[in-house]
Write a protein that binds this ligand. Structure first.
Ligand SMILES: CC(C)(COP(=O)(O)OP(=O)(O)OC[C@H]1O[C@@H](n2cnc3c(N)ncnc32)[C@H](O)[C@@H]1OP(=O)(O)O)[C@@H](O)C(=O)NCCC(=O)NCCS
Length: 169
């Protein structure tokens, strides 16, 4: 399979916050944001591997800034690293100020997707070659995040997570 670049999977989904999507404080409901993030991230993963994908894990989500009603919200997703059958996708969420064309990062999420066939059997995905400094940083850290996610899921023994352990030495 021909290797891909992170930019090949770049996905941006922009939408406003409607009253039905807010909590009692008139801020975007967390579950609605998670859904938007999952949709954009799954499209990015599909663009990388050109196959059906399923969400295997939500490794990290931080809700840093509340998103008010009527905000213009952009969800930006890109594959940061591809492994054998799985891909890490990083999702950055921005609030856009349409009056002065500035944007502020509100949230970030890191999801893992797996390419599967019609029987949900995992399928190999293309490798990824990072290009920008940020893509290189995210690529390097992705293996440690995968190991941590597998440990938390009970799929990997902490002692076998060499790259993650090296952080604490
Ligand atoms: C995700 C799924 C296909 C994995 O199937 P499996 O039989 O466990 O397959 P494997 O053990 O070979 O794992 C496949 C890959 O996922 C990775 N993976 C599985 N669980 C993971 C987790 N919690 N965190 C990070 N990676 C994980 C494995 O490390 C492996 O990666 P690699 O091949 O790139 O090294 C299966 O668990 C599944 O179908 N889950 C339900 C998915 C779903 O319904 N999602 C919500 C709706 S889309």
């Amino acid at each position: 399979m021909t290797p891909k670049k992170p930019s090949n999977s770049y996905t941006i989904q922009t939408d406003i916050v409607l009253p039905s999507e807010t909590n009692s404080l008139n801020h975007l409901f967390g579950g609605e944001l998670l859904s938007r993030m999952d949709r954009a991230a799954s499209i990015a993963a599909r663009r990388h591997c050109n196959q059906t994908v399923v969400t295997a894990s939500v490794n990290h989500v931080s809700f840093n800034i509340p998103i008010p009603l009527n905000s213009v919200v952009s969800v930006v997703a890109k594959v940061s690293r591809a492994f054998k059958t799985s891909m890490e996708v990083i999702i950055d969420v921005f609030i856009e100020n349409t009056e002065n064309s500035t944007k502020q990062q509100a949230n970030q999420g890191i999801y893992t997707f797996v390419a599967v066939d019609n029987n949900t059997k995992p399928m190999a995905v293309p490798k990824i070659i990072p290009e920008t400094p940020e893509e290189h940083t995210r690529f390097e850290a992705a293996l440690r995040r995968k190991q941590l996610s597998l440990i938390l899921a009970g799929r990997l023994k902490p002692n076998d997570a060499s790259e993650l352990k090296a952080l604490f030495k």
